[in-house]
Design a protein around this ligand. Sequence first.
Ligand code: NAG
Ligand code: NAG
Length: 293
Amino acid sequence: MLSSSKLLFIILLSVFVFTLITASKGNFFENFDITWGGNQRAKILNGGQILTLSLDKASGSGFRSKHEYLYGRIEMQIKLVPGNSAGTVTTYYLSSEGPNHDEIDFEFLGNLSGDPYILHTNVYSQGKGNKEQQFYLWFDPTTAFHTYSIVWNSHCIIFMVDNIPIRVFNNMESIGVPFPRNQPMRIYSSLWNADDWATRGGLVKTDWTYAPFTASYRNFNANACIWSSSQSSCDSKSTDALQTNVWQDQTLDAPGRKRLRWVQKRYMIYNYCRDFKRFPQGLPPECNRSRFL
Ligand SMILES: *[C@@H]1O[C@H](CO)[C@@H](O)[C@H](O)[C@H]1NC(C)=O
Ligand SMILES: *[C@@H]1O[C@H](CO)[C@@H](O)[C@H](O)[C@H]1NC(C)=O
């Protein structure tokens, strides 16, 4: 039988090892630069394990990754602004630079206490977006951290929430739909005031008596190809790269498609591919249902 002191030792050891593992990945000091709002609004805490953004009447705040990536699986845990967050928007996205940029977006539109956030998604290829899908979440995103991931490879882009796929954008270059595939992207995030459109289309304004509004980030992980000096870190054929790059061929398997349908049936509130009024000339070609699912 284990003595209680041995048991305590084992528990302490596991806590220690666990801390080491989490500490080795995704340190915010190592991976990100604060780019907006200054150090009093954007804070890196706990030796780099936590990052918080805040918004007050004078300014929002934001950060971006030091590295650029060209394909990868990018993950972040986020706890959104709690309470009355109406009018605020928390963004978390990948973007390249320049006029014909590519972008893969998560945006969280705040709401009054007890009313649901909207998760807004979009994809830009070569400067062109207009591919919005919006969702409610099946949990309150403000009471705990949840994981928001982007899988981006040459076949598709998969948006995931707590590992459940909520959206897939397939590579349909074969039918003339541009796909983000040759512009490296950085990870960006910001918290800002968008009360002219965010909550109930701009009807509900930010209540500044609740400021500062704060969102928190942790457990960033990029299993991704780092782009630097026109070279991809994935081109070096190290065993490391071979072992970790499961995401490179990831597409939706049958269970994934089933979960995607579950989310889309119950939680999707807007889909540009169903907005016939917006596209009276016909839906964009990638919306042809027979081409996916
Ligand atoms: C806020 O709550 C209202 C009422 O439930 C809802 O119609 C709306 O979609 C929610 N989200 C946003 C961002 O407006
Ligand atoms: C949709 O896809 C099917 C199968 O690829 C094709 O036959 C059909 O013409 C397409 N419809 C449109 C509107 O593009």
